[in-house]
Write a protein that binds this ligand. Structure first.
Ligand code: SAM
Length: 245
C-alpha cells in the first residue's frame, strides 16, 4: 500500500519509520513518500505561508503549493485517496482504519501554523481529525493514522490472530493480558489463565472484554456484535454478579 505525505517537515515522517513499520517498508508491503510543498513554490524564499485575510494572529498555509503537491501525487498515483488532516474533520476510529487499509493508496495533507487556506478542501476526498484537541502539525496526526492503518495490512504484523482480538476489532475493548511472574508484589495472575483449559480461558476473556467495555466505554456496546453467550455474560455484569468461568 502506498502512503504519500504532503508536509513541510519530511524529516518527521522519515525519522518515525522504525520497528514494525520499518520492516514492512523493507519487505515492500508499504511505501511511504513525503512531498514538500516548498518544492512547488517559485520565489527565492520558497514561501508556503502568508498573513490571513481579515487580520488575526499567525500565518496561513498558501493553497497553491499544496494543490500543486496534490497534483504531483495524482499524476503518479491516480488511485490515491486524498485526506486533509484537520481538527474539524470526521474523527478517526478503527472502522475508518479498516476501510483505509483496503485502499491501494492514501495521501495525507499536513497543515502547520494556523492551518491551510480553506480552498484546499475543494481538492481533497476526506477531512479527518484524530480527536478533539489541537496539534501543532498534521505530521503527528498522520503518524497515528498511518500506524493504525498499516498494521491492518496483511503481513505487516506477524501474528494475524493478535489483530483479530484487539480492542475495537469487533466493537469491544480487549481483555487483560499478563505474563510472568505469577505474583508481583502481592498481585496474582487470574487462576483461569494458568489452568491450561482453553474453553475456560476463552470464556473468561470474552466475559472480561464485555465487563471492561461495559464499565469503561458502554457507548461501544450499541454497535458491538453480540452472541447469545455475550448477552448472558453482559446480564451477569450488569447485575454485578460474579462469573464462574
Ligand atoms: N487553527 C486551527 C484550528 O483552530 O482548527 C489549528 C491549526 S493546527 C495548529 C495546525 C495543523 O495541525 C492543522 O492544519 C492540521 O493539519 C493539524 N492538526 C491539528 N490538530 C489536529 C487534529 N486534532 N487532527 C488532525 N490534524 C490536526
Amino acid at each position: 500500500m502506498r502512503f504519500w505525505v504532503i508536509t513541510i517537515f519530511p524529516e518527521i515522517v522519515y525519522a518515525s519509520m522504525i520497528s514494525v513499520l520499518r520492516k514492512a517498508i523493507d519487505r515492500g508491503l508499504i511505501d511511504v513518500k513525503a512531498i514538500n510543498p516548498r518544492d512547488f513554490t517559485h520565489d527565492r524564499h520558497r514561501t508556503v505561508d502568508d498573513e490571513p485575510y481579515g487580520g488575526g494572529s499567525g500565518m496561513v498555509m498558501k493553497v497553491e503549493p499544496i494543490v500543486s503537491a496534490i497534483n504531483y501525487v495524482k499524476e503518479r498515483d491516480p488511485e490515491t485517496r486524498v485526506i486533509l488532516l484537520t481538527p474539524r474533520g470526521k474523527v478517526f476510529n478503527q472502522n475508518i482504519a479498516k476501510e483505509y487499509s483496503k485502499l491501494p493508496s492514501l495521501t495525507f495533507i499536513c497543515g502547520r501554523y494556523e492551518g491551510i487556506d480553506d480552498r484546499v478542501s475543494y481538492f481533497v476526498d476526506d477531512e479527518v481529525s484524530i480527536g478533539d484537541f489541537v496539534l501543532s502539525g498534521g505530521e503527528y496526526a498522520f503518524l497515528v493514522i498511518f500506524d493504525a492503518v498499516a498494521r491492518l495490512i496483511p503481513g505487516v504484523v506477524g501474528d494475524a490472530d493478535s489483530i483479530a482480538e484487539e480492542s475495537f476489532s469487533d466493537g469491544l475493548l480487549e481483555y487483560p493480558q499478563y505474563t510472568r511472574p505469577d505474583y508481583f508484589m502481592g498481585y496474582g495472575v487470574p487462576e483461569v489463565l494458568r489452568s491450561g483449559n482453553h474453553e475456560r480461558i476463552r470464556r473468561w476473556r470474552r466475559f472480561m472484554r464485555l465487563k471492561i467495555t461495559f464499565e469503561r466505554r458502554p457507548d461501544l456496546l450499541k454497535n458491538a456484535k453480540l452472541t447469545e453467550e455475550d448477552r448472558l455474560f453482559l446480564e451477569a455484569v450488569i447485575r454485578g454478579r460474579g462469573y464462574v468461568y
